[in-house]
Design a protein around this ligand. Structure first.
Ligand code: FAD
Length: 145
């Protein structure tokens, strides 16, 4: 079995309310759990950055499925890599609303990894996006401990 991590960015449909999106994602998280998909989805400034981890075929199928969703557009594949260990193993899909309570610590994290205080994942390199999400996950773990 090949486990991979796939990262992509996209533009949210204009007018999409975060609350509506959370409802969609409740079902998505359930589906992901059934398919042993883990990951993180960050939403901010009208953009998404999502990491999907799991068995290669399953992740590929899910990505192509999500890319057709009319609630976002301009899906940009940032990276696909085989991994020995998952970064987001405890979350079937951890959701972070970047617009909500952007703390100094979060801003510093973004500045560190992207060189900007604006959440603009489509401008990040694959390496920046990977490390940014990994550090963000570590920060979330500390907050929920
Ligand atoms: P269904 O009626 O459940 O599916 C219809 C058909 O789509 C199925 O017969 C099957 O062929 C195909 N299909 C359904 N689910 C999958 C799947 N998981 N993999 C491959 N093919 C499938 N949804 C998730 O499940 N996980 C996510 O992590 C996720 N992230 C999202 C991120 C963003 C930014 C957005 C906008 C949407 C995301 N979604 C995710 C929602 C996803 O796009 C679909 O709305 C959701 O999977 C339900 O699919 P459906 O409405 O086609 O319903």
């Amino acid at each position: 079995m090949h486990t991979i991590r796939l990262l992509y960015s996209s533009d949210a449909l204009e007018g999409l309310r975060y609350r509506d999106f959370l409802t969609i994602m409740e079902k998505a998280a359930e589906t992901n759990r059934e398919r042993a998909i883990t990951g993180m989805l960050c939403y901010g400034g009208g953009q998404f950055l999502q990491a999907l981890e799991g068995e290669r075929l399953t992740v590929n199928a899910l990505y192509h499925h999500i890319a057709k969703d009319p609630r976002h557009s301009n899906c940009q594949l940032l990276s696909v890599e085989e991994i020995g260990a998952r970064d987001f193993a405890e979350w079937s899909m951890k959701i972070i609303d970047w617009n909500d309570a952007v703390t100094a610590a979060r801003q510093a994290l973004l500045l560190k990894h992207s060189g900007s205080r604006q959440f603009n994942p489509s401008q990040m390199t694959a390496q920046q996006a990977t490390v940014f999400l990994r550090d963000l996950a570590a920060m979330e773990r500390l907050l929920t401990e």
